[in-house]
Design a protein around this ligand. Structure first.
Ligand SMILES: [Mg+2]
Length: 273
């Protein structure tokens, strides 16, 4: 009654109320109206911060060269057999070059019907040693991008694989100073990320994970309600290539290079506020 009298009643819809109604219509819910900003940005290591898969592919080629002394490489399906053995052994040996080396030895014994010589087994061990000692090449733009992101948000390195090898790679990368916290984990699944987030006392919707693997870096984080920035690497291990992430996933951003990471995280925060 009162609102029908006075100067404001002359307007069909007062500007302030129009804005308020519009705000209520476009706000998803009272709970999301004050959606929190990003509280942590995680980075994968291998093939996200530094090159890795190239060395594993080289190791596979060297492995096939050794086996070429015994079998016809065109018929044997060597790479597929090695992948089968590696997958069989993942739960026992874990990820990384040491597990790969043991799987290569096992696959070589199987593929040659136990005919492989000790000298050639030694060559396979050397292939593994070279893979463990490969130089750590930091990918272009990584240091600049992580530095820019760390200036605005807390950051953590979450890398998977052999503890000793991963620690060496972190040291050799020269990136250790950028990360106050480093998590070396044996598997990247939802429970691993949930544990990390619990340690940071952070809800998943305030977490962004940056990585090259949709299977390990993106899918489990999205499953928890977090955000992903995917930067594909030129080479992907067949095991990592299997995933269930849809390309139109609303909490996934694609960044072609590390240089785009700061803008990608900023865009997530802008849309998340
Ligand atoms: Mg990776």
């Amino acid at each position: 009654m009162h609102r029908k009298s006075g100067p404001r009643a002359a307007l069909p819809c007062p500007p302030y109320e129009a804005v308020a109604i519009l705000w209520r219509m476009t706000s998803p819910s009272p709970a999301n109206a004050h959606s929190p900003s990003i509280g942590l940005v995680g980075f994968d290591g291998d093939d996200t911060l530094w090159k890795s898969e190239d060395y594993y592919r080289q190791a596979e080629q060297d492995f096939e060269s050794v086996l070429g002394h015994y079998i016809d490489l065109h018929d044997a399906g060597t790479a597929q057999h090695l992948l089968k053995v590696e997958r069989r052994n993942l739960a026992v040996f874990g990820y990384g070059a040491k597990g790969m080396t043991l799987s290569m030895i096992e696959a070589a014994i199987e593929l040659t019907d136990e005919r492989i010589s000790a000298a050639h087994l030694r060559q396979i061990v050397e292939i593994g040693r070279r893979t463990l000692q490969h130089p750590v090449d930091v990918i272009d733009g990584v240091r600049e991008a992580v530095t820019a992101i760390a200036a605005r948000w807390p950051v953590v390195l979450i890398t998977k694989g052999d503890l000793f090898h991963q620690e060496q790679k972190i040291e050799r990368s020269g990136l250790r100073d950028l990360f106050p916290r480093i998590e070396i984990v044996s598997e990247k699944d939802p429970s691993t990320y949930a544990r990390v987030l619990a340690e940071f006392d952070l809800p998943a919707d305030r977490f962004v994970m940056v990585g090259n693997s949709l299977r390990s870096d993106i899918e489990p984080v999205l499953a928890l309600g977090g955000w992903g920035v995917h930067t594909p690497y030129a080479v992907t291990w067949a095991h990592e290539a299997e995933h269930g992430v849809s390309s139109d996933e609303p909490r996934l951003r694609l960044a072609d290079t590390a240089w785009q990471w700061p803008d990608a995280v900023a865009a997530i925060e802008a849309g998340n506020e």
